[in-house]
Design a protein around this ligand. Structure first.
Ligand code: ADP
Ligand code: MG
Length: 731
């Protein structure tokens, strides 16, 4: 009998819900209490320094010298008063997660006295031992040093360990000795700057008062939650974050009884607990609910400036993992932990808004704003159409591949859902012969802009199958993986939209120079009409998960890149390099390094999965199957000895079927290992990745098919791997 599996179930079933300290008072009483907020800064700094820091926060610049010393002193005072003993630069290396290296405030002075110290120089810059962070060949040995630098655009915060002692975390960027960007956050900051510049100059056509445009983002986060003991009983979950085997549930999500159902009390206690921690860190969480699959849930905050939203999402994931462990849960952020039921994503809601308080992707009653709205809407469509492959590349990972283009996932085609109202408006625009306005005519009525309703929210029919959907006042990029750092997809979205807006402004200026500015509306709509015609192939209102759409998209010439190594090539295409260099977000070398890091990450993930599959198949499944077979053989033999030859036949048939499955498994594990060797022997990293994808990975399904069949044949008491129904329903 499989000890581990039975014990895990027993433990999971007898869990007590840990005490959750319910904070007293309103959320506003403790919201951001663990962050070094603007208000705290204002209180602790001189007016002059405070002004300098505020300016740096607005412009995204770094802070140095005397001001840094003053901020450091203020941070230290505040952090120590809140029980912090250490500080760290908190940054986002290209691995996808976050990194910290804790230093103590405590030091010993020359005279042996203990002191607490934190200088401006330590706040501003640090040199972590960076050689073990991936750099995709950016740091040759002579320049192996990497630096982290404080970036004040997200406030510093304190994270506490279980013992209650805290670490002051200083949000930072990470770069090499020669200045190349080694993290996910720096390019995101660059992209918000170029988007601000381009979008402001376009917004000014409509409203001179606009001086700044920011991208806003609200990230819905899906996840699975399972008991820790059950998690630990599955080596594949521990090593790969997903189950590589497991027969699908008899009762999965088909009854749709979990979605938005009442939240189980043990899960609810966990949610209350992590939400409390997140709110104290200034993460504005607002919604929680069950998701479609059993054991699957979602959390979502109120939107914020994109850089902050992205930092907050990755911090939230960390907080959730820590709090889960206190509740004896494991959070699974993997995009597809279980076959046969829904996977998890992040839905990145994205928009742009002005410092005059206008959401540029939201129409209004004012006709001028309607024109501004449609300008931004069409430019986003054009940007996504032109750079769909790069957007696709940002969500291409080994784990997200199960959600995009795999056999039980939607196709990996980038398309945009607009909703029926805006589709109609744009179709009318396309059919307009000319945009001439006679003197005395109402331009807005003549041009049809008045037909855009002021509120679109109610008539944008929701299409859950679209990877990039307009939802009335924002776009929702749904192809982002639940495990991903949003910084990269958001960075690319900002950059391509910025580039597009820049092009639009140039076209507009050229036309005005030629035709004069008596019919600005007509000039704008003529350009938008051309853009719409050029990019409308990406618009799709139907079922994005259907076979018909795959065929239709192929006819339209849209790419459907299923394979990660293939998708990643967009990182180094001449088109991408041109745009990212022109917008000063990433240079060619930095794009190449990201391409390599992502290829290597893909290779490692598939390599680990392949090894785990081999090990589990041979040492857990086949060994169990053979033992069971021996028992069956003994039974069959006794029957034959008793003269019951016919009665022994069904048992002999089972033995034969098991033998067949064992044979297929062992043969294919061997072939998979050979393919792995071949992949590892390539000199070129893309070639290694390609072989892993096209020659190693196909064995996963072949082996799994047989293992999952054996799970149904072998005595439940003997089966070594905790089953789906136990993983997903025991809590
Ligand atoms: P749903 O899509 O489920 O109806 P909401 O529309 O309320 O939910 O929002 C989903 C997410 O989109 C939330 O995180 C919300 O804060 C965010 N969101 C709403 N408006 C904007 C905006 N202008 N820019 C970016 N994100 C937004
Ligand atoms: Mg959702």
């Amino acid at each position: 009998m499989s000890e581990l599996r039975w014990k895990a179930i027993q433990v999971a079933q007898s869990r007590a819900i840990p005490e959750v300290e319910i904070p007293s008072g309103k959320v506003s009483d403790y919201y951001r209490s663990n962050t070094f907020t603007d208000e705290v800064m204002k209180e602790l700094l001189t007016a002059e320094s405070y002004e300098k820091v505020s300016q740096a926060i607005r412009s995204g610049e770094n802070i140095e010298g005397k001001v840094a010393d003053e901020v450091a002193a203020a941070m230290k005072t505040w952090a120590i008063s809140k029980g912090a003993t250490h500080y760290t630069h908190w940054f986002q290396p290209l691995t996808g997660g976050t990194a910290e290296k804790h230093d103590s405030f405590f030091d010993v002075a020359g005279d042996g006295q203990a002191i607490e110290k934190f200088k401006g120089s330590a706040l501003v810059q640090q040199e972590p031992d960076a050689s073990s962070f991936p750099s995709g060949g950016l740091r040759a040995t002579f320049e192996a040093r990497g630096y982290t630098a404080w970036n004040p655009s997200t406030p510093a915060f304190i994270l506490y360990n279980r013992a209650g002692s805290g670490t002051l975390c200083i949000p930072s960027v990470f770069f090499s000795y020669s200045g190349e960007l080694l993290d996910a956050k720096s390019p995101l900051i660059n992209s918000t700057a170029c988007l601000d510049k381009a979008a402001t100059s376009v917004a000014k056509i409509f409203d001179e008062k606009v001086t700044r445009v920011t991208a806003t983002c609200g990230i819905e986060q899906e996840y699975f939650l399972i008991d820790k003991a059950l998690y630990l009983s599955r080596p594949d979950l521990v090593m790969c974050g997903r189950t590589v085997f497991g027969h699908s549930l008899a009762k999965g999500q088909q009854l749709e009884d979990h979605y938005f159902g009442s939240i189980p009390s043990r899960v609810n206690a966990f949610m209350v607990d992590f939400e409390f921690e997140a709110l104290k860190l200034g993460i504005p969480l607002r919604t929680r609910h069950n998701e479609v699959a059993p054991g699957q849930f979602e959390v979502a905050p109120t939107f914020e400036e994109v850089n902050v939203a992205s930092d907050h999402n990755i911090l939230l994931m960390d907080v959730m993992k820590k709090v889960a462990s206190k509740h004896n849960f494991q959070v699974l952020f993997h995009e597809k932990p279980f076959a046969g039921i829904n996977g998890s994503g992040k839905h990145n809601n994205w928009s742009v808004s002005t410092d005059t308080g206008v959401n540029l992707l939201s129409p209004s009653d004012d006709p001028n704003r309607k024109l501004m709205f449609i300008t931004f809407l069409v430019n986003v469509i054009k940007a996504v159409y032109d750079h769909a492959d790069m957007l696709r590349a940002t969500v291409a990972t080994a784990s997200n591949e199960h959600r995009l283009g795999a056999n039980e996932a939607p196709p990996a085609i980038m398309s945009i859902f607009l909703g029926s109202t805006m589709t109609r408006v744009l179709e009318e625009l396309e059919n307009k012969e000319n945009f001439d306005i006679a003197i005395g005519e109402n331009a807005y009525v003549k041009l049809g802009i008045n037909k855009i309703p002021s509120i679109l929210l109610d008539n944008t029919d929701r299409n859950r199958t679209s990877p990039f959907a307009f939802t009335g006042n924002k776009f929702e990029f749904r192809a982002v993986g639940s495990l991903a750092n949003s910084a990269t997809p958001m960075m690319v979205l900002n950059t391509i939209v910025a580039k597009q807006l820049e092009d639009f402004k140039k076209a507009y200026d050229a036309a005005i120079a030629k035709e004069g500015d008596s019919n600005k509306e007509g000039v704008i709509l003529q350009i938008l009409k051309d853009y719409y015609k050029a990019s409308k192939n990406i618009l799709f209102e139907g079922n994005g998960y259907s076979k018909e759409w795959e065929e239709e998209a192929a006819r339209r010439g849209l790419s459907n890149i299923k394979d990660v190594p293939e998708a990643l090539k967009a990182y180094i295409s001449p088109k991408t390099i041109e745009v990212f260099e022109a917008m000063k977000v990433l240079n060619k070398r930095e794009l190449h390094s990201r391409y390599e890091v992502r290829l290597e990450n893909f290779i490692k993930k598939i390599q680990i999965e392949s090894r785990v599959i081999g090990d589990l198949a041979q040492n857990h499944v086949v060994s169990t199957a053979v033992k069971y077979q021996t028992r069956l053989a003994e039974t069959a033999k006794s029957l034959v000895d008793l003269g019951l030859k016919e009665e022994a036949d069904p048992i002999i048939n089972i033995i034969k079927t098991i033998s067949y499955r064992v044979k297929v498994i062992t043969e294919n594990v061997k072939l998979m290992t050979d393919a792995r060797k071949k992949a590892n022997n390539q000199a070129d990293v893309h070639e290694t990745a390609r072989i892993y994808s096209s020659e190693v990975k196909p064995y996963f399904d072949i082996i799994r098919r047989q293992v999952d069949k054996l799970e149904l044949m072998i005595d439940d008491q003997d089966w070594p791997l905790t089953k789906y129904r136990e993983l997903l329903y025991v809590r």
